[in-house]
Ligand binder design. Structure first.
Ligand SMILES: [Cu+2]
Length: 486
């Protein structure tokens, strides 16, 4: 599946990434959208904030002499973890120390549109050098996260290309705690550039189909893609951060977040298996062991690992180039020494349905088919994306009624994989690439090229709701629509 992006000389002179900054984002809520939900009292000046997110410049030292200047939260990339209690309201203060409007999205939480953190839903921007305060009631429990939700467009120093992300752990009232140690891992890529895409040698028939489809739909060639020069876990390139220190016999709970702007990744730990216990923070019906983790952009995995292979290991991506550029972290057993070891994991296909029930889920009240297509941008342009033939902001709004169960048919008629995300709701996977399933509850699902996934959600959180591909370049160029309650 791997794509290699090679820089294009004509686009990448000295000022790479600066060329497109004039295309700036859509800063306003949609014209004509009624916003009655904004009338609720929002300001709580009297009480000190329980959670403060300060948006400002952060220097990230990926490795000695490789320092990235970016924007992040509370002086750190990823942000210091935010721990909340399910159902316990907290006063949140957002402070924007930058010169541009910003938004903080609480990904995976069932909260009102006015604080969810998407301007398309009606959340106000935090103005440059401004601040905003509100009350947030965290729910449900699980591995959630915060991140910016501004449009980057072709500016690779905006949106998720920056360091504006961090884990939010919403703790249940009673934590069963079947583990000895918790390890938090957040992946990201740096020094983004636009380039032409080179496919690695084809791995299966699907890839061949992909290649043929690059030009077939419109007769135009694929547009520019984003590549990266440096990779990190927890803000450090492989080998430069503190190792994950473990002891033989421990059960370690890894909570992993793919905080990439655009990359879907895999991770493995040689000699060890991951028992998947939760996807996107939601417990799965059938925990299963796998060798390779797959995380689309924005997805989270909670996995238990029995530490029973003493040594010094690399937990990293099976992609050799990306691992050499930093996508990994050292796992070191107590009293073990020596250089960290890597071994390629067994070939294994990621399959969400492994963790679900074989029984079909309940019948929906309504079915909404959604077809995703690409309009190739040509060798010097950017691709555009359509949902049922239209690009945002011209996509059809999906109208729902409270209390009804909706089935979305996510029909990917393009060669790219899309991590499709629904705000303010969770959905249940009901069919994945032809296989019925139930019980796997997520907020983001990766729909591979020319495949279909079906998901059901209950319309139980009135207010405008964003539905989009989480790949920044896709959402910024059309792959987005709104769900509205009627
Ligand atoms: Cu996409």
């Amino acid at each position: 599946m791997a794509k290699k992006i090679c820089p294009r000389r004509d686009f990448l002179g000295a000022g790479a990434g600066m060329l497109f900054t004039g295309l700036g984002g859509w800063a306003k809520p949609l014209p004509g959208t009624p916003r009655p939900w904004l009338t609720a009292p929002m300001e709580f000046p009297a009480r000190p904030a329980d959670v403060t997110i300060r948006i400002g410049t952060v220097l990230v030292e990926l490795a000695p002499h490789r320092i990235i200047s970016t924007v992040g939260y509370n002086g750190s990339v990823p942000a210091p973890v935010i721990r909340l209690k399910e159902g316990k309201p907290v006063v949140v203060e957002l402070i924007n120390e930058t010169d541009v409007p910003e938004l903080v999205h609480w990904h995976g939480q069932l909260i009102p549109s006015e604080i969810d953190g998407s301007s398309e839903e009606g959340t106000p921007f935090v103005e440059p050098h401004g601040h905003r305060r509100y009350v947030l009631t965290p729910r449900p429990a699980g591995t959630r996260w915060v991140h910016t939700h501004v449009r980057a467009g072709a500016d690779l120093h905006r949106g998720m290309y920056t360091g504006q992300f961090g884990l939010v752990l919403v703790e249940p009232a009673h934590d069963p705690g079947r583990y000895d140690r918790e390890v938090l891992l957040v992946t990201h890529e740096w020094e983004a550039f636009f380039g032409a895409e080179e496919m690695e040698e084809e791995e299966d028939e699907n890839e061949k189909m992909d290649l043929n489809a690059r030009t077939s739909q419109t007769g135009k060639e694929n547009g520019l893609e984003v590549g990266y020069r440096l990779f990190s876990i927890n803000g450090k390139a492989l080998g430069y951060g503190e190792p994950v220190r473990v002891r033989k016999g421990e059960r370690v709970l890894f909570r992993i977040l793919n905080a990439s702007a655009t990359e879907n990744i895999q991770l493995a730990l040689p000699g060890h298996e991951f028992e998947i216990v939760a996807l996107d923070g939601n417990p799965v019906p059938r925990p299963r062991k796998v060798h390779v983790l797959s995380l689309g952009t924005a997805e989270r995995i909670d996995a238990l690992v029995e530490m029973n292979q003493p040594g010094v290991w690399i937990l990293g991506t099976p992609e050799d180039d990306d691992r050499r550029r930093g996508m990994g972290i050292v796992v070191e057993y107590a009293k073990e020494k020596g250089p960290p070891r890597w071994a390629p994991p067994p070939k294994e296909k990621w399959d969400y349905t492994l963790f679900g029930n074989n029984l079909p889920s309940s019948k929906p009240d309504e079915v909404i088919p959604l077809v995703f297509r690409k309009i190739p941008g040509g060798p010097k342009g950017l691709n555009r994306w359509t949902i049922n033939g239209k690009s945002f902001p011209h996509t059809e709004t999906l109208h729902v009624r409270p209390g009804r169960r909706y089935r979305l048919i996510l029909d990917n008629q393009s060669d790219d994989a899309h991590p499709v995300h629904l705000h303010r709701h969770l959905f249940e996977l009901t069919k994945v690439e032809g296989k019925n399933t139930s019980g796997v509850v997520k907020d983001t699902v990766l729909v591979r090229g020319f495949r279909q996934v079906e998901v059901d959600f209950l319309a139980d959180n009135p207010g405008p709701t964003l539905f989009h591909c989480h790949q920044q370049l896709h959402m910024d160029f059309g792959f987005m629509t709104l769900v509205n309650y009627v």
